[in-house]
Design a protein around this ligand. Sequence first.
Ligand code: NAD
Ligand code: UD1
Length: 340
Amino acid sequence: MKVLVTGGAGYIGSHTICELLDHGMEVVSADNFQNAVPETFERIEAITGQKVVNENLDLSEVKACQILFEQHPDITAIIHFAARKAVGESVEKPLVYYRNNLNSTINLLHFGTLAGVKHLVFSSSCTVYGNPGNQPVDEDSPVGNIESPYGYTKMMGEQILRDHIHSHPSFSGISLRYFNPVGAHPSGKLGELPLGKPNNLVPFITETAIGLRPCLEVFGADYDTPDGTPIRDYVHVVDIAKAHVQALLHIQQSDQRERFEVFNLGTGKGMSVLEIIQAFEQATGVALNYRFSPRRAGDVETIYANADKAAQVLKWQPEYSLETMMASAWKWQQHLANQR
Ligand code: NAD
Ligand code: UD1
């Protein structure tokens, strides 16, 4: 099986490539490094002992996508990570987000199908549920009332895939709705590498702890939660990566019940921002400098997953503890500091 991993230089894509190679799958990546660095492939090689070919091209461009499948006519499945993902930036630059994220998905489906690709696994997000009332959220929870253009690109991406499958009986797809992927590869040699100031909580924590940032701002202490800070479902990135292998194995089975399926990927445990800070301090022994700030626009109060469907159908269950999530993120941050 030859798998095209789009966004293979990125955070989740790079960890997934390691898992795919570990399962003997052949991989080609397509990433134009708009939010990643080429050294990621050296890191993947250091971990797996295998070189991965990356095509440096913009998937939102029609011609580039066409050439990609001409150069790799034997791809059987696509895992589509490539997207812009900064929620706040998407509110400022919605067209950039719609153009990049939607055009890439459309081009991949169009040229991939022409080239004989049979399956696509789509990176979606819990953000498609908006601000849900009932917790935990399962896959039947209503989608919509989303806070950002980024979130709408995920909802629309799912719809585009669903419609394409409807019109192409030989094509099947899976949408994986990640909750909050955090942590790093256990080797400490691969992890999240935000270019510039991190948007996400855990990289901001580790950069503050190592001294690159003076202080973590906790966005809002007045939410209707036990300690006043928002609640999320943090899940280890290697667990998320493993779910992609399970999704590919499932999608190839002729008895796949439906040709388009959606799965939540989370631990089912909601943790507040303050609990995450505490977990980091406990796992690493490092005291974190933080202060409370006003709420961040677009943040939902509480969301955590019911991931029973992934357990039953994909035979996937997250294995890594919160402590390991924090300890591995810290090990990676220290590895980066030693390289400077
Ligand atoms: P990332 O930014 O680290 O990786 C995405 C990669 O795609 C980057 O390396 C970037 O250079 C590449 N890319 C983007 N647009 C491209 C284009 N047009 N052509 C070629 N390459 C392009 O992000 P990530 O955290 O690894 O996220 C992967 C996917 O998972 C994204 O679709 C994201 O929306 C989704 N997701 C992420 C999270 C999260 O918290 N990290 C949560 C839910 C869903
Ligand atoms: C959001 C989206 C997710 C998306 C991801 C990509 C939701 C529910 N989730 O995750 O789908 O794919 O962005 O980036 O919309 N926080 C701080 N200080 C910081 C950073 C974060 O207090 O410096 C808090 C946030 O307010 C939030 C929590 O930490 O309560 C997690 O934030 P973050 O890591 O950015 O993830 P989400 O916003 O949940």
